[in-house]
Design a protein around this ligand. Structure first.
Ligand SMILES: *[C@@H]1O[C@H](CO)[C@@H](O)[C@H](O)[C@H]1NC(C)=O
Length: 403
């Protein structure tokens, strides 16, 4: 049993005027562990001095790959979604370690998730983190023992005292599922007119450009013969894998696909009734996207009609789509990201955003990253431009609050 003192301390930093958590959310929070780590330091692989607290700084495996399968022979998962392979901690130079701590090769992952308040993560995994031979439990155990045990920020000694056995593995699965929900590859491609087909062929650049226009970053694509079979989205991490923030980056190398003649084969079977994340957020409903709301910064203030950051009265945003993939607009017009800058206005072409459920709050994400930055903090009538990612000095998360 975990103490309430360890319930997502990160939320304390949000200091919003209105409380965002309902009693149901608090119960979920109660069961989740918190790292207590800040997410405002260097991203993994980007430190300029030696980091000493490896519970709060992922090292040496600071290059994270969220890998997804498109399996058609046999088909795994819904016909309108890619499925989760894993989240791997490569070293910053692309080499990697595996099987880092056999004393934590947990069995009965499903049981751990159920016992530790993560049954909605488990049900999502049963649909979207599926083994090609139907051996889901073995697949999850393999992903944990091979890759999960290599995260420095998931060492047992990093956990709050009194944490249940396996709590760090539960945190791992919760995090992988939450990140996957921000990366709906099927939808990203379909929005660019790239859909499975028994006859069409695509070029590698058509596929990577479609993903890049949805996320802002280039992924790596692996092929099985000429058929696309796996995608890898790359990240660095700020803070702990338990509750840190992902910083999307371009793939440092290409995958195995050729440049032309790529097939995107049809899956047999049926589409999932929801989109990749619709309806099954890890916090049981608190993750669903409202149709209208305001966007608050985690530090102070929030967004105005033009998409700028201010401490003045916040604008109403209209959201359309699902939490895994949506567009948004204000009275000024559509909202989009261009050259890393968020703007809303007439003539702005819409970008696709996603939202990640974190401890009962809904965080805006672009390209899989919930990090936003500006050159300073607004006050009075001074507004700040909002940039995606972490390239400017003041960083914060953006919370979607239903109105
Ligand atoms: C970053 O921190 C890690 C962990 O302490 C260390 O191994 C690495 O050398 C550091 N990198 C730099 C450039 O100081």
């Amino acid at each position: 049993m975990l103490g309430s003192a360890i319930a997502l301390t990160a939320l304390a930093a949000y200091s919003l005027a209105t409380p965002l958590t309902s009693p149901v959310d608090s119960m979920n929070l109660f069961k989740r562990i918190s790292s207590g780590c800040s997410t405002s330091g260097s991203a993994s692989c980007h430190n300029t001095t030696k980091q000493t607290d490896l519970c709060c700084f992922e090292s040496p495996g600071g290059l994270l790959l969220q890998t997804q399968f498109w399996d058609t022979n046999p088909t795994t998962g819904p016909s309108n979604s890619w499925t989760i392979h894993g989240l791997w901690p490569d070293n910053c130079d692309g080499t990697f370690s595996e099987n880092c701590d056999s004393s934590r090769d947990y069995t009965n992952i499903a049981g751990l998730l159920t016992a530790q308040g993560a049954s909605s993560t488990l049900s999502f995994m049963q649909e979207f983190w599926v083994d090609i031979n139907g051996q889901n439990e073995q697949f999850w155990e393999h992903e944990w023992s091979t890759h999960g045990t290599c995260y420095s920020t998931l060492e047992r000694s990093c956990l709050p005292s009194g944490s249940a056995t396996g709590a760090e593995a539960v945190a791992f699965f919760n995090t992988v599922v939450a990140l996957f929900k921000t990366l709906p590859t099927y939808t990203f491609l379909a929005n660019a007119g790239i859909t499975p087909s028994s006859s069409a062929t695509y070029t590698l650049s058509q596929i990577t450009s479609a993903i890049k226009s949805a996320t802002g970053f280039t992924p790596a694509l692996d092929c099985d013969g000429s058929a696309i079979n796996q995608i890898s989205y790359y990240f660095n991490l700020k803070g702990s894998l338990i509750d840190g923030s992902f910083v999307a980056i371009d793939a440092p190398k290409k995958g195995s696909c050729a440049s032309t003649g790529l097939k995107y084969p049809l899956k047999s079977g049926s589409p999932t009734s929801t989109t990749t994340s619709g309806g099954s957020s890890p916090t049981g409903g608190s993750g669903s996207l409202p149709s209208k709301g305001t966007i608050h910064a985690s530090t102070t203030g929030g967004l105005l009609t033009a998409g700028t950051w201010s401490t003045q009265t916040l604008a109403t945003y209209t959201f359309s789509g699902t939490s895994s993939s949506f567009t948004m607009s204000t009275s000024k017009g559509n909202c989009g990201v261009s050259s890393g800058q968020l703007t809303c206005g007439s003539g702005v072409s819409s970008s696709t955003f996603s939202a990640v459920s974190s401890g009962g709050n809904l965080l805006l994400a672009f390209g899989g990253s919930t990090s936003f930055t500006s050159d300073g903090t607004p006050s009075g009538t001074v507004q700040q431009t909002v940039f995606t990612g972490t390239s400017h000095s003041a960083d914060y998360n953006l919370l979607i609050v239903s109105s």
